[in-house]
Design a protein. Structure first.
Ligand SMILES: NC(=O)c1ccc[n+]([C@@H]2O[C@H](COP(=O)([O-])OP(=O)(O)OC[C@H]3O[C@@H](n4cnc5c(N)ncnc54)[C@H](OP(=O)(O)O)[C@@H]3O)[C@@H](O)[C@H]2O)c1
Length: 223
């Protein structure tokens, strides 16, 4: 597969499993972390990128490094995210600040740095969450996290309106996945490898741009 994919947050969890899946299919993967990533370094087609989404200088430097090393990228998968207030009842200032700076501002501004570097028929996938669906909201917990994903969904829709032809944009719910994301994820229904396979199948399909898709149940989610 002669494709170059940038995945944010490949040091663990879903992003790492997704990187491994794309790498094993022969794609070139640019994978980001705030740390040095030694576990994927043995793949000759893996390019390690230092990126802290909450830090403006880091975002600009990371985007520059991508542009210096790759003529273009075929897909941007905005996977990196945090959920420090998952299952907390009321929001704190620090949870709101941190969550919004990574899941929302950082993700938007990093995408804006790179959008002109994505090939004409390329794709942008925002790893969102069903917890960001306004229609499905029946609980009052995880305020910062839910709000960050709802707003990320809006950005997904804005992008799909802005680019109209060419790029395909989607928000994806990966399912409830066993990762170290939050303490409750220990009970997740899917392994990271299973979720990665489902995300892979979706992103390789010719999905309708501007869609919010649940890869666990294979159906569209109402915003
Ligand atoms: N697990 C689930 O059940 C579930 C359900 C719905 C949606 N999601 C979404 O799926 C995505 C991945 O979740 P996961 O469960 O795989 O989480 P995870 O295992 O905690 O991995 C999160 C990734 O995000 C990166 N990251 C954290 N802070 C960052 C920052 N400031 N700048 C850049 N990267 C940062 C981490 O890299 P470093 O710490 O190495 O920088 C790590 O690679 C998230 O967007 C999450 O909201 C997960």
């Amino acid at each position: 597969m002669k494709t170059t994919i940038l995945i944010t947050g490949t040091s663990r969890g879903i992003g790492k499993a997704l990187a491994v899946h794309f790498l094993s299919q022969g794609a070139t993967v640019i994978g980001s972390s705030r740390k040095t990533q030694s576990e994927l370094a043995h793949y000759p087609n893996f390019f390690s990128l230092k990126l802290d989404l909450s830090n403006p200088e880091s975002r600009v430097n990371a985007a520059l490094r991508v542009k210096e090393n790759f003529d273009s990228i075929d897909m941007l998968i905005n996977n990196a995210g945090i959920g420090p207030d998952i299952d907390h009842c009321s929001p704190s200032e620090s949870h709101l600040e941190n969550t919004l700076s990574v899941n929302l501002m950082g993700t938007i501004l990093f995408t804006e740095e790179l959008i002109d570097h994505i090939t004409l028929r390329g794709k942008i996938i925002n790893i969102s969450s069903k917890m960001g669906s306004i229609t499905f909201c029946e609980k009052s917990d995880s305020v910062a996290y839910r709000v960050s994903k709802t707003a990320l969904n809006m950005y997904t829709q804005i992008l799909s309106v802005r680019v109209k032809k060419g790029l395909a944009i989607a928000a994806v719910h990966p399912g409830w996945v066993k990762t170290s994301f939050a303490p409750s994820n220990i009970n997740g229904r899917l392994t990271a490898t299973e979720a990665a396979q489902k995300i892979y199948d979706f992103v390789r399909s010719s999905f309708k741009s501007g869609i919010f898709w649940d890869v666990e149940t294979n159906q569209e989610i109402p915003w």
